[in-house]
Design a protein around this ligand. Structure first.
Ligand SMILES: *Cc1c(COP(=O)(O)O)cnc(C)c1O
Length: 356
């Protein structure tokens, strides 16, 4: 039976990515060697890394003033690396969930942290909107898509100061206005590649301004200067990332991805809102994520949760269990997920409705 992969991360990759990566594991670029056993400094892999970085710039229309690097350590390393490099005195954070609060915790090791607003008291079921960002903040930090709670901020903020964003779970799902950003980072395992690499997009002239000494490996400048080759980069994830980027380009780039993602989200949210057995968990509809779609059994229907879960599994749905802090269900509809998978889930929900 066909499986429909709704895992939140690591998550679905395009068939193209998996096929090309599998081929390269057996014979990389005609070298007669596996991608797993070649030097990262060999000309074949250096070309892969360069092409991946330049395709990211092309697809996202990244201005010349930025550089793209691939790092290890996951998105979580960025929670300390960002303040290490950019926080001199004080930074402002929007607390929209687990990932934002982890970033807040790390930043406190480096300076004053000002949380401008938080929806924690309501289990992060919406994005706080009324808040002010003190003008003396070194930067404003936010997480654009809250993977666990299913909320998303799709507007690039402008507060007259630099902005840092964790876009781990919605990068490449929409165009980005880079005007105010100094750093955007994204762990690869949601929309780009297997786990192991983190994409960082850094404004070059924003670096070198903090007074503290930065360890070499944690200094963005090191990786910019060495074009992601200061030490051994995650070779296989970078190769896979390039395949995903080619697949994105072939499909029509970011505008087409955005169109498809919106169509998928609309299809599923319409069913959640229509079907009396289910309800969405995000209280403000405009805050609903188009990437991670969270829903639970409707009031009075809670007892059907286990049964629906089993039914959906029997129909090929994989990874729709909600995060333990939200419960219910979460369908992650990342870039590589075809609309047919969303339709299959919707069919499941409708069949289940008829059964009850
Ligand atoms: C998954 C995720 C992370 C953590 O990524 P790691 O690579 O596991 O460190 C951080 N932020 C967001 C928004 C995520 O979805």
């Amino acid at each position: 039976m066909k499986k429909h992969n709704f895992y939140a991360g690591p998550s679905i990759l395009s068939e193209y990515t998996i096929q090309k990566t599998a081929e390269a594991v057996l014979d990389f670029a005609g070298t007669g060697l596996s991608l797993l056993e070649v030097s990262h400094r060999g000309k074949e892999f250096v070309a892969v890394c360069e092409e991946a970085r330049s395709m990211i710039k092309e697809l996202l229309n990244i201005p010349e003033s930025f550089e793209v690097v691939f790092l290890g350590g996951g998105a979580s390393l960025q929670f300390c690396m960002a303040p290490y490099n950019f926080l001199e005195k004080k930074a402002s954070f929007l607390d929209t969930g687990t990932w934002a609060s982890k970033a807040i915790k790390e930043a406190k090791l480096f300076g004053e942290v000002n949380v401008v607003a938080s929806s924690k008291a309501d289990n992060y079921t919406y994005i706080p909107k009324k808040f002010e960002v003190p003008a003396d903040s070194d930067y404003f930090y936010f997480c654009s898509n809250n993977t666990i709670y299913g909320t998303e901020i799709r507007e690039d903020p402008h507060f007259g100061m630099p902005v840092i964003a964790d876009m781990s779970s919605d990068i490449f799902s929409r165009p980005i206005d880079f005007t105010d950003y100094e750093l955007i980072f994204a762990g690869a395992q949601k929309n780009l590649a297997p786990a192991g690499v983190t994409l960082c997009i850094i404004r070059k002239d924003a670096l070198g301004k903090v007074s503290r000494a930065i360890p070499t490996m944690l200094n963005y400048q090191t990786h910019i200067d060495k074009e992601s080759m200061f030490n051994t980069p995650p070779v296989l994830p970078i190769f896979a990332a390039l395949q995903t980027l080619k697949y994105y380009k072939e499909m029509g780039g970011i505008p087409e991805l955005q169109r498809r993602n919106q169509a998928k989200a609309e299809l599923l949210y319409n069913e959640i809102d229509r079907n009396p057995l289910f309800k969405g968990t995000v209280t403000c509809k405009e805050d609903r994520s188009i990437m991670n779609i969270c829903f639970v059994m409707n009031d009075g229907k809670e007892a059907f949760e286990e049964e629906f879960s089993k039914y959906a599994t029997s129909k090929g749905m994989v990874g729709i269990k909600g995060h333990r802090s939200v419960g219910g269900f979460r369908a992650s509809c990342y870039n590589a997920l075809p609309i047919e998978s969303v339709q299959a889930l919707v069919d499941c929900m409708q069949e289940f409705e008829k059964m009850h």
